[in-house]
Each structure stands twice: as C-alpha cells, then as structure tokens.
Design a protein around this ligand. Sequence first.
Ligand code: 13P
Ligand code: SF4
Length: 303
Amino acid sequence: MGNCLVEEILKLKKERNAIILAHYYQPKEIQEIADAVGDSYYLSEVARDSKEEVVVLCGVKFMAESAKILSPQKTVLMPTKEAGCAMADMINEDGILELKEKYPNAYTVCYINSSANVKAHCDVAVTSSSALDILKNVQSEQIIFLPDKNLGGYIAEFFPEKEFILWEGYCKYHNNIKEEEILNIKEKYIDAEVLVHPECTKPIRDLGDYIGSTTGIINYATKSDKKDFIIATEEGVLHELKKKNPDKNFHIPGGTISCIDMKKTTLELLYDTLLNMKNEIIVDEEISKKALGCLENMHALAK
Ligand code: 13P
Ligand code: SF4
C-alpha cells in the first residue's frame, strides 16, 4: 500500500504541475517523497523560485503562508491546515502594535515563525540560518525582536551596542531541553559534539560546540570527523543526518523531541490534498502586500 500510495502521489504531482516541499522536521516518508527538503530559509526561496503552478508545503502554517505571500499567483496547499506553530501563535497583531506604540523608533524584526498578520507590521523577517547576517545589515540601535526570546537573546549577544526588546515567546520543545539531558549523554560519549538549534535556552546554547539552523546542524555533523553527536533540536533532522552519515551516531537529549504539528502530515493526507486540491492557503490581499516587504527584506538583507 505504501509504495502504491507513493506512486499515486508522484503521478498526481505531475498532473497538477505541483512541487512538494518538506521541512526537516517532517516524517521521513514525507521527506523522501519531497522534491526539496530544507530549513525555513531554503524552503522560502524554493517556494518563491519554483516554476510549478502549485506548491504543496509539508510543514507548518507559517511556512505555507510565507510561500503564498512570496508567490501570490501560485496555488499553495498544505496536507493539513491543522499544523500550526505554538510559538508563532504566542504573538498576534495587537501584541506587535502595542510594542510599536511603546517603541516608535525601533526596527521590528520577526522570526519567520509568525503569522502573516504580524509580518505585515514588521520591517524584516529572519530565520535561524539568516538572522545573524540580516542583523549585521540593520543600522538601527533599537530592535524589537519577536516572538522567540531564545533566538532573539542569541542574536542580541552579537550586538552588545544595540538595545533588543524581546517578546517572551518560545518553542516549547526547544525551550524544554534540560542541561542534565545533554550532560548525561556526554558522560557516556565524552567526545560527542553538541549541536544546538538557537531556539534553545542560553544554558543549552552555552553547551553547544555549534549553534545553527536545521541545515546548519546537518552540514556541521556531516563535515565533522567526530563519531557521536548530541542533537538539540526536533528529531526529524535525524533522517537526513543518518542518510548523509550512516557511520555516525546521533543522540537526542531526553531520548525524543517531536513537534506534534510537524508530525501531522501523512502520505494519505498528501495524496488527498493533491487529488482534491484541498487545504489551499489564502492570505488577505492587503495583509499579503504588507507582509511581502518583510519577507523580501529578509531575502535582500541576508546576502
Ligand atoms: P529552521 O529549519 O529554519 O532551523 O527552523 C526550525 C523551526 O523551528 C521550524 O519551525
Ligand atoms: Fe513551532 Fe517549535 Fe514546532 Fe518549530 S518545532 S514548528 S518552532 S512548535
């Protein structure tokens, strides 16, 4: 049944002139069937540049929304609209407007993990792989950064001369990783390198040999000559890590870190979506126009 479903999806994909994009946190069978797999920044570029009329975004809602804002002429679908991001939901339009009223001269930076409504009020969006490069190109001395206090705190460390106003949002999966969970693995594998996503808290980042996005973590482990790695991020990255590094060992702090929303995508839902062209992402035209500037600035300033 599995193989048959895969063949049906591939057939429908051609008929619909669609491209399937998947984030590294997606279930492995979804990563395997996708035309492109990557971190949030890479997916936003592929969605924008792809020639196909239809983009099926296997990830969470803010990723599909970003794809639609960047390519309003394309049909953007998700296998399930139930896949949100709890961190993105920690700030709404009122939140950003309140901050802007309090700090009228601040430059507003939103993590791409935010809604279109929020992006519409921000100067630039960033991803974990592009935030540092983007902030190097921002002259303002006062920066509002939202919604992730951990990524914001990490970036702020590089710019001590600037004032960062951080929203108190966080990813519950990354924020929950405990130092003991890493140190326990380290005790057993003393040479293990610790690779950390910047959505983690400062004590965890301080244990890191490397801090970076999902792509950054995969590239670092692939280049390293070490054998064991402690991977402080969502376990979906293990699929690509193991594929690229069959002789290396990867350990997840606490044994498992699984984002419930990222795991809502199934082959059956993907098939159904392509068959019935369902779960189309629609972004209000006015909001989309305003949010586009924020995403275009992300691509421009990341260079
Ligand atoms: P990256 O893949 O950009 O590192 O993002 C991680 C994430 O949390 C996506 O929700
Ligand atoms: Fe959102 Fe965290 Fe899931 Fe990423 S891992 S989609 S930040 S809840």
